[in-house]
Design a binder for this molecule. Structure first.
Ligand code: DP6
Length: 372
């Protein structure tokens, strides 16, 4: 018997992946770019045990047994074993029991499947002695998972080849490149989402002419601009592109027939608040992005966190002493100008409530905690 425990991070896309050109191999229609979040605050933790005594594979997620015959899981295990056979590992003949846990809400549009599959593939790779790129294998578990096998700023190349072997993730810059970057996740709702990303994007590919336009005419140039903005740490451009891409992704969802609504009134109020704040500051200080759910992911620089957090606390009143309300890195409050107090007053009555806030930063890729 051999076992390994691995943790892997969540990633939040700033250029979104939405739409596949091959469902089985999980090949995307466009390149995407993401930021890997620190595993200190949010991660999936997976233990994989391989044994001669197991006559089938088994899989538990957050303590509940799940279907271990899902084609995605089978494909991933098959790929790892094929690569392991090349390195003549004995373990490649064994079945596995997989136990995975997330320390944040599952399937609430918080990239839980990405972290989960990245932890699983990194764990299996360590167990079976597989070296080299593992992003192409993680991709077959869940597209966005391929970006979670690397830290820092990551690009998933759509690739050109039919077999998908060039549809891999590469690093744009490591986590240490932009150490001032902070991420606030405003959790509006952490319940399981109504439409999965998988079925949502399938429906968009079938019915949205706008998606085709986005993929062909917008994303290629925007991706190049985003890479440049990240490399040069140009927050102004980074923020604009991030917000534009989030808005275009949600417009594509609305152009899908029947339409898909991931954002709710609170999400829209957060967008408006960010723009009003940036307008007062005279430049982009905060950027929002929303995945397949209503929760806002906000990017900002460390120096701007206290003021924006104080604004949020004034708009979404809550018990500041509540330990549960702020999770992750500590948050400080600051004094608001009269203009910002007025802004908060104007927004207070137009918004719903927040469940909690997660404060985090850019982080590294998966880590093996217990070697086999
Ligand atoms: C909106 O990777 O969850 O978060 O490949 O079908 O598993 P599958 O989809 P998934 O889609 C993520 C979509 C997104 C955008 C993104 O992360 O790029």
């Amino acid at each position: 018997m051999a076992f390994v425990t691995c943790i892997a991070p969540v990633n939040i896309a700033v250029i979104k992946y939405w739409g596949k050109r091959n469902e089985e191999l999980i090949l995307p229609l466009n390149d995407s770019i993401s930021c890997t979040l620190s595993t200190e605050q949010m991660c999936a933790r997976t233990t994989v045990v391989a044994s001669t005594r197991y006559n089938e594979n088994k899989f538990w997620l957050n303590g509940k047994e799940e279907n271990s015959n899902s084609p995605r899981l089978i494909n991933c295990i098959k790929d790892i074993k094929e690569k392991a056979e090349k390195v003549e590992s004995e373990a490649s003949k064994l079945n596995v029991h997989i136990c995975s846990e997330n320390n944040f809400p599952t399937a609430a549009g918080l990239a839980s499947s990405a972290a989960g599959y990245a932890a699983l593939i990194a764990g299996l790779a360590s167990l079976y002695g597989v070296k080299g790129d593992i992003s192409a294998i993680a991709r077959k578990g869940s597209g966005s998972a391929c970006r979670s096998v690397l830290g820092g700023w990551v690009r998933w190349h759509k690739g050109e080849l039919a077999d998908g072997s060039d549809s891999i993730a590469t690093e744009i810059a490591p986590a240490s490149h932009w150490p001032e970057m902070r991420i606030l996740i405003l959790v509006v709702n952490d319940a399981r989402k109504k439409h999965s990303s998988t079925s949502g994007m399938k429906q968009s590919v079938k019915t949205s002419a706008f998606l085709k336009y986005r993929v062909e005419k917008i994303v290629p140039e925007r991706t190049d601009q985003m890479v440049k903005a990240i490399k040069t740490k140009d927050f102004e451009t980074f923020a604009k592109l991030t917000m534009q891409d989030s808005n275009q992704f949600h417009s594509t969802c609305l152009d899908t027939y029947p339409p898909i609504h991931y954002m709710n009134d609170t999400s829209h109020a957060i967008c408006d608040l960010v723009h009003a704040y940036n307008n007062i500051k005279g430049c982009n200080k905060v950027a929002y992005t929303f995945d397949a759910g209503p929760n806002a992911c906000l990017y900002m620089l460390e120096q701007d966190v206290p003021e924006f957090f104080t604004l949020i606390m004034n708009v979404f009143p809550s018990d500041l002493d509540s330990v549960e309300y702020v999770k992750g890195m500590p948050l400080k409050v600051s004094v608001l100008s009269e203009q910002l107090k007025e802004l908060a007053d104007n927004y207070r009555h137009n918004t719903g409530a927040l469940k909690y806030i997660i404060h985090t930063c850019v982080g590294d890729g998966p880590q093996v905690l217990r070697e086999p």
